[in-house]
Design a protein around this ligand. Structure first.
Ligand code: GDP
Ligand code: ADP
Ligand code: 5GP
Length: 211
């Protein structure tokens, strides 16, 4: 895949606030677009096909895996989730930077494919608050919440592989911090190297300047 735009990944334990923060981030960063994933999990109340996710059957998902349609996919909390290559390609082709909101397994796979990835991990202030937020969201059955909390340890253990970590205690502070990361990332030296080469090409060679 050719990557013209930037690629950003956000991961976090379920309930840490990544969906809420990501919505704020998309409003504040006009070049950024979310790649909407495929999932086999049932839609929650209020979720619209094509907005939060493309809701597909297990059969459709498996056919997509066979066809190599997924840039990455993973089984998370008992369902399949995956990022379709063509959606990311189309966003880059339209001049956009792409944000993936995916789990830690997916982030690992994408990191291996794109070393220039900007990976961000969101930490909850405490496990107690994480549990309260998951329950307070009111979107999952108690056994689903238990399962998600049970995975939090393994997810937190993976956070050392991410470049940036933001604690979502005060929402506005966390959003400001994420926005700063997204805005500063394209200014890294590796990304600017071609610009410097172009500037140097504009300067005449030393011996032609002597006369
Ligand atoms: P770039 O790959 O051209 O953008 O060069 P960078 O200086 O940005 O990357 C430095 C190193 O960080 C490379 O060896 C990458 O493979 C590595 N790297 C990329 N993403 C991650 C990440 O999420 N976590 C960690 N620990 N390293 C990463
Ligand atoms: P995730 O996408 O990581 O599962 P959500 O964005 O759905 O998490 O957030 C989980 C719940 O916590 C939601 O009800 C959300 O409104 C709430 N929430 C998110 N961030 C904060 C915060 N900083 N303070 C208080 N509540 C928050
Ligand atoms: P939820 O069901 O709460 O929307 O998401 C559950 C988990 O699946 C979250 O950790 C979310 O980041 C992850 N997820 C969502 N889409 C994808 C995807 O396309 N690929 C992978 N690997 N994980 C995803």
């Amino acid at each position: 895949m050719s990557s013209k735009g930037e690629l950003y990944v956000i991961a976090a334990p379920s309930g840490a606030g990544k969906t809420s923060l990501m919505r704020g981030l998309l409003k504040r960063c006009p070049r950024l677009s979310l790649s909407v994933s495929d999932t086999t999990r049932p839609a929650r109340a209020g979720e619209v096909d094509g907005e939060q996710y493309h809701f597909v059957s297990v059969e459709e998902f498996k056919a997509g895996i066979e066809a190599g349609d997924y840039l990455e996919y993973a089984e998370v909390y008992g369902n399949f989730y995956g990022t379709r290559r063509d959606r990311v390609e189309a966003l880059w082709a339209a001049g956009r930077d792409v944000l993936l909101e995916i789990d830690v397994q997916g982030a690992r796979s994408v990191r291996a494919q794109f070393p220039g990835l900007c990976s961000m991990f969101i930490l909850p202030p405490s496990m107690k608050i994480l549990a309260e937020r998951l329950k307070g969201r009111g979107s999952d059955a108690p056994e689903v919440i238990e399962r998600r909390l049970g995975e939090a340890r393994a997810e937190l253990e993976a956070c050392g592989d991410f470049r940036w970590m933001v604690v979502n205690d005060d929402f506005d502070t966390a959003l400001e911090e994420l926005t700063s990361i997204v805005k500063v990332w394209p200014l890294r030296r590796a990304r600017q190297a071609k610009r410097v080469t172009r500037l140097l090409d504009e300067i005449p060679a030393r011996d032609t300047m002597k006369d």
